[in-house]
Design a protein around this ligand. Sequence first.
Ligand code: GAR
Length: 217
Amino acid sequence: MKRRVAILISGRGSNMSALIRAAAAPDFPAEISLVISNKADALGLERAKASGVTTLVIESKPFGKDRAGFEAVLQAALDQHGIELVCLGGFMRLFTAEFTRSWYGRMLNIHPSLLPSFPGLDPHGQALRAGVKLSGATVHFVIPETDAGPIVMQGAVPVSDHDTADTLSERILEVEHRIYPEALRLLATGKVSIVGDVCKTSGSGPSENFLIAPVVG
Ligand code: GAR
């Protein structure tokens, strides 16, 4: 049985599209059963509908600071659709600690940096200002702290002296679209487990690849 997944978005939903595309493969262990946006005008909603995925808008704005009130409506929708796993894809609303705890081990997020470096806003700008030569993307389990939690998968890209936040974000986005479906596959097939604060993957070994930057000449 395929695991039933909901994707939560607030914007363009390119990671959502990558997940929907991957899940269309007959042997993918999860199905995207529902896309929920907390913004009625999120571009991703149209993309999801075009792929034939059920969509729902639960506007968070009217709830103001009442996070628990918003989450009660969200949880009811997830229950109604029999959702087992949740993927956040550019979902720009913070959760209460209680909500993240109730989904611990079943809710993933993606962030465009090699966490624990550069959580929060403007991760690409943070990476450029720090002068790192490698950056990337991280899929992790959601915990009460923002952009933190046991790391399921990371992908790295080189950063060049000529990068702007836009060019770096474009390069990292490609990696995001590669690793998010793979991380969901691992979770849906029960290959990952959380040991203390660390996520372990059964049957995995180190990759043979090195990524070195800069390269001169
Ligand atoms: C992605 O780059 C994702 O990693 C980032 O928002 C973007 C959403 O793009 N998420 C965060 O920064 C979480 N802190 P998308 O809507 O095209 O998937």
